[in-house]
Design a protein around this ligand. Structure first.
Ligand code: DX5
Ligand code: ZN
Length: 242
């Protein structure tokens, strides 16, 4: 279970202190939202900011490119210190070369999918990705409400991963609080990106710890449920064979 605070919700007037706060909190990744004002109706920050904060922490830098022309940004972000770079499946035909390029730069490759886009769009790329980023809000802004219609996508992504013996992470991004995180964990997610919920707490480490406890619990319960369903199915099959 990976907890990834989203820097978008930080106080940018004291960015270094905010990064240090995440660093000491027990979080696993730092999620970095890059918006170009074209793919999404907002602008955030670029490689220069990522390069500036890189020396402050050893956290895994998870760069989420919400950009129409990610091809011009892959090298700059890789050089700035990204460990993983995700592009959006909505870009269409150019996705495979982008994933190859990310890999050739020695970085993990992620693919993001917006709420209105069908999960079937992701299926052709499953073997090429390290990370599947399921957007649980329409990208562009922090602090939005979780879209419940995205839950079946998590279940489908988890079923494909299990059935095909793949090992990509399944992340959820947008409106993740203590309640929605549990629901996503139950559906099969294992990376929890959270901005507003974590950064609004004065005790950041306690919030990360609470989120982790909740998702681990939900995961254990749902894994148990999956095992008992499989056992039930096997028993039925066994009885049918007798
Ligand atoms: C939305 C971004 C998210 C956002 C999540 O476009 O991709 O990463 O920062 O923020 P919260 O947790 O506030 O919804
Ligand atoms: Zn994001």
């Amino acid at each position: 279970m990976i907890i990834a605070p989203s820097l978008l919700a930080a106080n940018f007037s004291r960015l270094a202190r905010e990064v240090t706060r995440v660093n000491g909190s027990g979080a696993d990744w730092l999620h970095l939202d890059i918006m170009d004002g074209h793919f999404v109706p907002n602008i955030s920050f670029g490689p220069a900011v990522v390069r500036t904060i890189r020396p402050l922490t050893k956290l895994f830098f998870d760069v989420h490119l919400m950009c129409s022309k990610p091809e011009i940004l892959l090298e700059p972000f890789a050089q700035a210190g990204a460990n993983q770079i995700s592009v959006h499946v909505e870009l269409g035909d150019g996705v495979t070369p982008l994933l190859w390029k990310i890999k050739s730069l020695g970085r993990k490759a992620g693919l993001a999918v917006n709420p209105p886009t069908g999960i079937s769009m992701i299926q052709p790329y499953l073997k090429q990705i390290d990370f599947l980023l399921i957007m649980t809000v329409n990208p562009g802004f922090g602090g939005q409400s979780f879209i419940y219609e995205t839950l079946p996508k998590i279940q489908q992504a988890e079923a494909w991963r299990r059935e095909e013996g793949l090992s990509y992470h399944i992340g959820v991004d947008g409106g993740i609080d203590f309640k929605t995180a549990a629901e996503c964990a139950h559906a099969g997610a294992d990376v929890f990106i959270s901005g507003t919920t974590l950064f609004s707490r004065s005790n950041f480490a306690a919030a990360v710890g609470k989120l982790r406890k909740i998702v681990v619990c939900a995961h254990v319960k749902s894994a148990g449920a999956r095992v008992s369903t499989a056992t039930r199915r096997a028993r039925t099959l066994h009885l049918q064979l007798l």
